[in-house]
Design a protein around this ligand. Sequence first.
Ligand code: GSH
Length: 237
Amino acid sequence: MQTTELDPALSQALGDAQRAGLKLVIGNKNYSTWSMRAWVAMTAFNIPFEEVNISLKQPETSSQILQYSTSGRVPVLVAGETVVWDSLAICEYLAEQFPEKNMWPQDVDDRAMARSICAEMHSGFGALRSAMWMNIRASFPGKGRTPEAQADIGRIGEIWEDCLAKSGPHDFLFGDFTIADAYFAPVVMRFRTYAVSLAPVLQSYVDRVAAHPAVEKWIAGALRETARLPALDVYPE
Ligand SMILES: N[C@@H](CCC(=O)N[C@@H](CS)C(=O)NCC(=O)O)C(=O)O
């Protein structure tokens, strides 16, 4: 297990994180979608935190995670005495702790929609998740297109189109970047890895999310990782 820093302004960031008392425990950046959501949200909104990396699927993974949370899963946010597990609970906690950051959309209807699509992502899209797992370093063009995964892709396209029709074709789902975009960032990674062909308005959203500085930082971290999960690095024939 190692504790790493966020960016080159290391001591400043780490000092801020220690003062804020926030620690985010995450899995491998290349593979861990739930970790990515919380990390991208915190990074995009400039919330300082100390990062704790745990390599998934190792003999010691479970005991390492259990040091932070009895859930046995990452991400985990440790905020002083408070432990918050589950990516959605973490995002809600942060939105409440940092109201000035507007992590959710400001408009009440948009906020309801943003929460709905995050909840749908959180509880659904199982076919996409299992047939088209996240592997940022890999390239699996055309793989994983089971009928059920195709249906999930169609539904995600419908959600994004709906949001972008209201916010604008050059925007994030609700205008400025929000938790909802962080929530769909791992889907964006999958669409790139599996070369999903999309309508231009959706493709440009994918490109925009991938180019967001917080997402770029996560991708760079995934590319730097040396841990490999062989079962996820090759797509079975
Ligand atoms: N619903 C949870 C899912 C968390 C989850 O399944 N995390 C996976 C990694 S992405 C995990 O911790 N797996 C434990 C393991 O592989 O030992 C969330 O939103 O945080």
